[in-house]
Write a protein that binds this ligand. Structure first.
Ligand SMILES: [Zn+2]
Length: 252
């Protein structure tokens, strides 16, 4: 079994070494390691250097993580270090949380998101997009910037939008939340396996398991996806692995 966790926050995981050994034992072959701000990019990069061909760092400023950031400095650092990452992420928009209800903060989010999409497009890098509560704008802006390679991570928007996403050549990823999230299940039910990636968003708390997740839980995502799609588990894992490596430009 060769699993790819396409979205994990490894800089936030405790007992990382033990977690990574366990993940390898479960069959995890690669982890796409997201960052959320300047500090997280540097930490993720350092961890990635310790685990080449296993942990693949990405650089990005998350839509709710920029208030205390020196954006000029961080964007400059990103540009200078782009050769060390395989994608731009986690970037996007979040109109869901308390933080994001103010119109001026939403405007700033769109500005930061657009800047990072352009940076990715200019450097031919894929992006991992967070779109909670802002599904429409997140897609609209991605299309406007002309970005070609993108995954809408843990997408819980409408089925119509999900179809628009895949018709534009983008992917959608799912997490262990497939167990309880009707929105995520509905999206995944209505799109083909060749547009789907699997992930954990670890260490996010998994409601159905009553604990924090880690990359080994990508096997749970695969099994939940298998139950929805009714393909054999091996096939689900093989197809989603190919999708992940196609998107992130990894050859193995
Ligand atoms: Zn995330």
């Amino acid at each position: 079994m060769k699993l790819v966790d396409t979205h994990a926050h490894i800089d936030q995981i405790s007992n990382l070494e033990r977690v990574l050994i366990n993940s390898k034992n479960v069959g995890v072959e690669s982890i796409i390691a997201m960052s959320i701000n300047g500090k997280s990019m540097k930490e993720t990069l350092n961890i990635g250097k310790k685990y080449p061909n296993f942990i693949y760092p990405t650089f990005g400023i998350h839509p709710t993580e920029w208030l205390s950031e020196n954006l000029t400095e961080t964007f400059l650092w990103m540009k200078e270090n782009l050769h060390n990452c395989i994608a731009i992420g986690e970037i996007g928009l979040d109109y869901w949380g308390k933080f994001s209800k103010k119109k001026d903060l939403q405007e700033k989010q769109r500005e930061i998101y657009t800047f990072q999409l352009k940076l990715a497009e200019e450097n031919d890098l894929p992006v991992s997009i967070h779109s909670r509560g802002a599904w429409n704008d997140a897609l609209k802006i991605a299309l406007k910037t002309g970005i070609k390679k993108a995954v809408f991570h843990w997408f819980t928007g409408s089925i119509d939008l999900a179809k628009e996403i895949i018709n534009n050549g983008y992917y959608i990823s799912c997490t262990p939340a497939l167990e309880y999230s009707k929105e995520l299940r509905d999206v995944i039910l209505n799109i083909p396996l060749d547009r789907i990636l699997i992930e954990t968003d670890s260490p996010v708390y998994i409601r159905s398991l009553n604990r924090a997740s880690d990359p080994s839980d990508v096997l749970i995502t695969a099994k939940l996806l298998q139950a929805i799609k009714d393909n054999p588990l091996e096939e689900v894992i093989t197809i989603t692995r190919k999708n992940a490596y196609d998107l992130f430009g990894i050859t193995k």
